[in-house]
Design a protein around this ligand. Structure first.
Ligand SMILES: [Fe+2]
Ligand SMILES: [Fe+2]
Length: 193
């Protein structure tokens, strides 16, 4: 019970940190378009990117606290959130989507570059996240972190292992709050005489 509570608090803080760092992307209608496409199993591309950002951030905490290795966590989260920003359904087979596995990092980077103001680390994260499938060596430690988190999340989603439903719920709650789709009624709206 206490362990479950501690885990929930940790996840709550993690969701808050992730949202704060990735707010500009998370709240943009462009990034939310990723909700319209499926990545693995029943997971949307948007949910997959949130899950990858979560595990990237967890790895960054570990590296900083345990090994004293600094990580640019803002760029890490933003890059993770946009790493699969290719904006099409890769399950539909057509000529232009051939070799999706090899080509989508470049497409995602071009789309992200068009819609957001990216720094070099964020661009590197997006375009190199399929390493070693794509032979371009990541230039920043943040890119390696996202690449590892991506593989773990892809595996979990394919085998339907729930590793991120709580953080996705928290992020969607924050989006609803920011869009004014959720309000708290304190019972002051109607007074019966
Ligand atoms: Fe990808
Ligand atoms: Fe991915």
């Amino acid at each position: 019970m206490a362990l479950r509570f501690a885990k929930r608090i940790t996840e709550y803080r993690l969701a808050k940190d992730l949202f704060t760092r990735g707010k500009e992307i998370i709240l943009s209608p462009e990034a939310q378009d990723m909700k319209n496409y499926i990545q693995h199993g029943e997971t949307t591309v948007f949910e997959h990117c949130v899950a990858v950002a979560k595990y990237s951030l967890l790895m960054a905490y570990f590296l900083e606290r345990t090994l004293k290795i600094n990580v640019d966590k803002d760029s890490l989260v933003r890059g993770a959130l946009l790493h699969d920003y290719f904006l099409y359904d890769w399950h539909i087979k057509d000529q232009s989507r051939r070799f999706h596995g090899f080509r989508h990092p470049g497409i995602a980077k071009r789309n992200a570059d068009r819609d957001f103001d990216l720094n070099d680390i964020e661009k590197d994260i997006i375009s190199k996240h399929m390493f070693p499938l794509t032979p371009f060596l990541p230039m920043h430690r943040e890119s390696y972190i996202v690449s590892i988190a991506d593989k773990w999340c892809a595996l979990a989603e394919t085998f339907k292992i729930d590793v991120s439903s709580y953080i996705i719920y928290r992020i969607n709650f924050r989006i609803a709050l920011a869009n004014g789709e959720y309000s708290i009624d304190y019972g002051e709206t109607a007074i019966e005489v």
